[in-house]
Design a protein around this ligand. Structure first.
Ligand code: SF4
Length: 247
C-alpha cells in the first residue's frame, strides 16, 4: 500500500514526547485560516513522495538510537487520518519493535479505519483549533462537535492526549478563549498536556508560491512574551486540577 508523503524530519523535538522521527503526510480536507503547510493540502503534487510502509519504517529504524526512553515516531500532516490504513501498517511495524507511536491530527475524521489506527497509537496530539462552532466553520472547515467526539474516543480508549492550539494575537489571545479551552478539556482524563503554540508567518512565501490567499496573513506573529502570558493564564487552571499531570 503506497502512502502519499510530503516530507520527513529525522530528529523532531516539538511533535510529541522526546526525540521523534516525524512523517508529514500529504493531503488535508480542511483549510485552516492560519495553516502553516498549504503545500500539504493536495494529495498528488510534483513533490509528493510515494512509499510503502516498510520503506518508511526502514528510515525510522535508522534513527532509533536517538529515541531514548520517550521518543519514537510521529505522523503529522496534512491530515494523517486521510491515510489511516497506510499509517496503521506503519505503526504495526513500529509496535513490533517497541517504537512508540504518535499521531498529530485535527480529529476531523472518525470511521472504522481511524478506530483501527488508534488501536496501534500510543499518543495523540489533538488540535482544538477554535473554541466555538462558528469559528470552526468559518476558519477551519469542520465542527467543534466533531473534534470533541474524537476526543471522547481517545478518552474511551485511554490514549495519552496532548491538546494543542495556535495562539493568534488579536484573534484568540484572550482570557476568554483560554477559559473556554480549559472548560472543553478539563474533564477528560486522557488529556495529559495542553500546548499553546505561537502563530508564525514563515509560511507566507508558500502561499505566494501557490498563488493562494493567506487568510490570517493580516494578523501579527505571536511574540515570545505574549505566548508566555497566555501559558501563564492557562497554568492558573491546570495547576488547580487535583493530582495534575499537566506540564
Ligand atoms: S489541518 Fe493542518 S494541514 Fe490541514 S489546513 Fe489545518 S493546519 Fe493545515
Amino acid at each position: 500500500m503506497l502512502g502519499k508523503i510530503h516530507s520527513f524530519q529525522s530528529m523532531g523535538t516539538v511533535d510529541g514526547p522526546g526525540v521523534r522521527f516525524v512523517v508529514f503526510m500529504q493531503g488535508c480536507p480542511l483549510r485552516c485560516a492560519y495553516c502553516h503547510n498549504p503545500d500539504t493540502w493536495e494529495f498528488d503534487t510534483k513533490e509528493t513522495i510515494y512509499a510503502q510502509p516498510e520503506e518508511v519504517f526502514a528510515k525510522i529504524k535508522r534513527c532509533r538510537p536517538y529515541f531514548g526512553k520517550k521518543g519514537g515516531v510521529t505522523v503529522s500532516g496534512g491530515e494523517v487520518l486521510l491515510q489511516a490504513e497506510f499509517v496503521t501498517e506503519l505503526f504495526k511495524l513500529c509496535k513490533e519493535e517497541n517504537i512508540s507511536t504518535c499521531l498529530d491530527t485535527s480529529g476531523c475524521i472518525l470511521n472504522e479505519k481511524v478506530l483501527k489506527l488508534l488501536d496501534v497509537t500510543d499518543t495523540v496530539l489533538l488540535d482544538i483549533k477554535m473554541t466555538d462552532t462558528e469559528s470552526y466553520k468559518e476558519y477551519v472547515g469542520t465542527t467543534l462537535e466533531q473534534v470533541m467526539s474524537f476526543l471522547q474516543v481517545l478518552e474511551n480508549k485511554k490514549i495519552n492526549t496532548w491538546i494543542r492550539q495556535v495562539i493568534v494575537p488579536g484573534f484568540n489571545d484572550s482570557q476568554e478563549n483560554i477559559s473556554k479551552l480549559w472548560e472543553l478539556v478539563k474533564d477528560f482524563k486522557c488529556v495529559k498536556k495542553i500546548e499553546l503554540l505561537p502563530f508564525r508567518k514563515l509560511c507566507s512565501d508558500k502561499y505566494k508560491a501557490l498563488n493562494i490567499e493567506f487568510p490570517f496573513g493580516k494578523y501579527s506573529e505571536c511574540s515570545p512574551e505574549r505566548i508566555e502570558e497566555m501559558r501563564s493564564l492557562l497554568e492558573n487552571y491546570t495547576n488547580k486540577k487535583p493530582n495534575s499531570t499537566f506540564k
